[in-house]
Write a new protein. Structure first.
Length: 624
């Protein structure tokens, strides 16, 4: 076994070294289905930017993902297909001009859409896109007015009660819905035949629950001093300035596709021309997100360069690659240049902390997160004692990380204490996962793992004790933990257990043993593990009925940390990893990350290498 493990470690190390870019980074794709490809076509056509070669390349990718029944899916085991994604693809293909309603594949798509309720049944975010482009009527009454921009953070409901992701979506929407703005062109397709029961108020269900908080917002607005029209214009200006002040150097708004897409329409609603430099630069920024996957062009939702680089650099060092190796040094230099030194929205609820975190995307300068910060700190740790520049970065990063602990003891992704229960029930896909940024098991567990293994903090420290208690209080009845940013319960359990053990929680503790027993109980006959994206929607573990290397690596890494000897289950899992080293099928590309529950899922191409490498390296270090 030892020789086989070493051979596989060497194989993975060689692959990762070859894939490193000259600047020290790794740019593995951040693949999120076809929605961004569809929206890119719709945006270009709406702005009458006729980049035909680019549009053709996106069309080819969209068509390559269509199922035999005419539908498109978010993930392989999603039943017949996904209505919203199928509508987006159908619309984009018609708008591209490369398909007509009479084409056989389009007729199949149309049949699927009508069978599942038509445009009325798509999710709210897809309805918004359709309304912006003149394919769907805006609601008669908007329950949340733009004046919410004027309410101070101390008010019971204000814009900073939303997660940064939700703000980046809602603020441009406040502008476009205020104007009921829409944009059609001579090339716009006609989708009216996809609207069933046109006489109904199709937004009523989606917007009904928003009205439960609208009275509170309106009451706060009435307390503001000024004339209604004057306040309205001030609020519109503030919403516009919020966007403009958070445009990154590539022209994108917060380095996200969705927020940039919506910003473009919001600026058009504010009177900007289609050729305005800010809009044109935003389009170029979105185009820069393109990557090639299986000879097809895909527009990524964002880039995952910092995340990939930090995780891979750390995994290589765990595998025995020296910190003095060129690959590691180049990666560390790259990460050092990407540490944040600017204040932004995270400081609203964390006013005493200094900047020092890291973000997710290579272009991100104002939007740090806890996960990327601990990943980057792990990657640079080997140079902290050798170089004062890295020591300074290390200190700043740790101080920022510690300052981000929530009052409940856990850690969230982007901001502190963004967890008002009232907002979690608003009718948006993903609910609280989109609107809020609560403590999660994966963030809390990995933060504890970092603090325990890299700063030698343990349960005796009050900060650590609060994090540990949060994990124990949020364990599922079956022994698992729910992971917010991965799929899903295997992911959360891996983070929680490795975190608890790193801060010296006794392995014999009931909570840990219950989690280990759960992992053993869901092991597949082939020795691996696999979990469906449906776990994320159902909020309970759903087996994939096939093993994936990434899920297996997470489960194994958990067991390796928790067990004192090689168990039969660990041996079978290791055998699976070794025997599937060249595996390439649908389980390889199956999403292992989640962005928005029920909305989009992520295939991180780097995961197939780095997490197997970590599990193998930890096995070798402990048992060989």
């Amino acid at each position: 076994m030892k020789l086989l493990v070493e051979a596989e470690i060497n194989r993975l190390v060689d692959i990762l070294k070859r894939e490193q870019k000259l600047d020290g980074s790794w740019t593995y794709p951040f693949e999120t289905g076809i929605s961004t490809d569809c929206y890119m076509i719709i945006l270009l056509r709406s702005l009458e930017i006729n980049d035909e070669d680019f549009i053709n390349s996106l069309v080819r990718r969209i068509l390559s993902k269509q199922g035999e029944n005419g539908a498109w899916k978010l993930y392989d085991d999603e039943g017949e297909g996904n209505l919203a994604v199928t509508v987006e693809a159908y619309y984009a293909l018609l708008y591209s001009g490369r398909r007509t309603k009479n084409d056989s594949d389009m007729r199949l798509a149309r049949q699927f859409i009508l069978k599942h309720g038509g445009l009325k049944k798509v999710n709210m975010l897809t309805k918004i896109m359709l309304a912006l482009t003149g394919q769907y009527q805006w609601p008669k009454h908007i329950p949340i007015p733009v004046e919410i921009m004027l309410l101070p953070p101390a008010f019971p409901v204000n814009i900073f009660d939303l997660s940064v992701y939700a703000r980046a979506i809602f603020i441009p929407l406040l502008i476009t819905t205020d104007k009921k703005f829409h944009l059609k062109t001579n090339r716009s397709p006609d989708l009216t035949d996809l609207i069933i029961h046109r006489g109904d108020d199709e937004w009523e269900k989606e917007l009904g629950d928003f009205r439960s908080i609208s009275s509170s917002i309106h009451h706060g607005i009435k307390s503001l001093i000024g004339y209604p029209h004057h306040l309205h214009q001030i609020a519109l200006n503030r919403a516009e300035q919020y966007m403009l002040q958070r445009i990154e150097s590539d022209g994108t708004f917060y380095s996200y596709f969705s927020s940039t897409f919506l910003m473009v329409f919001a600026l058009l609603a504010r009177g900007y021309s289609k050729q305005h430099p800010i809009i044109l630069k935003a389009i170029q920024g979105l185009k820069s997100f393109q990557t090639k996957i299986d000879n097809h062009i895909h527009v990524q939702y964002t880039t995952a360069t910092i995340w990939n680089t930090a995780l891979i650099s750390y995994s290589l060092q765990e595998a025995g690659v020296s910190s003095s190796a060129k690959a590691i040094q180049n990666a560390q230099i790259y990460l050092l240049t990407r540490q944040h030194n600017l204040y932004s929205d995270w400081a609203v609820h964390n006013q005493t902390a200094l900047p020092g975190g890291w973000g997710f995307a290579n272009i991100n300068t104002i939007h740090p997160d806890v996960d990327d910060t601990t990943a980057a700190l792990r990657a640079i740790q080997s140079l902290v004692l050798k170089n004062p520049v890295y020591r300074q970065a290390w200190n700043a990063g740790i101080q920022w990380l510690i300052s981000m602990q929530n009052d409940d003891g856990g850690w969230a992704a982007f901001e502190r204490n963004i967890d008002k229960p009232l907002l979690a029930w608003l009718p948006v896909e993903g609910g609280g996962s989109m609107l809020l940024d609560p403590s999660t098991a994966d963030l809390t567990g990995r933060t504890l793992e970092f603090l325990g293994n890299f700063t030698h903090a343990d349960y005796n420290h009050p900060l650590i004790k609060r994090g540990v208690n949060w994990l124990f209080q949020n364990q599922e009845k079956d022994g698992s933990w729910y992971g917010r940013w991965g799929i899903c319960y295997i992911y959360g359990t891996w983070a929680a257990i490795t975190g608890l053990i790193a801060v010296n929680i006794n392995k014999d503790r009931t909570s840990i043993q219950k989690a280990i027993k759960w992992l053993y109980s869901i092991q597949n006959k082939d020795g691996g593990w696999g979990e469906s994206c449906q776990s994320d929607i159902n909020k309970k573990y759903v087996p994939l009925n096939e093993s994936t290397r990434t899920h297996t690596a997470w489960a194994l890494d958990t067991l390796i940390a928790a067990e004192n000897k090689v168990t039969p289950e660990i041996k079978r899992g290791m055998t699976y990893l070794l025997e599937t080293s060249g595996k390439s099928d649908w389980t390889t590309t199956y999403p292992k990350g989640q962005g928005l529950p029920g909305g989009f899922y992520i295939h991180y191409h780097s995961y197939e290498y780095l997490f197997s490498l970590l599990a193998l390296s930890h096995y070798k270090g402990k048992f060989c």
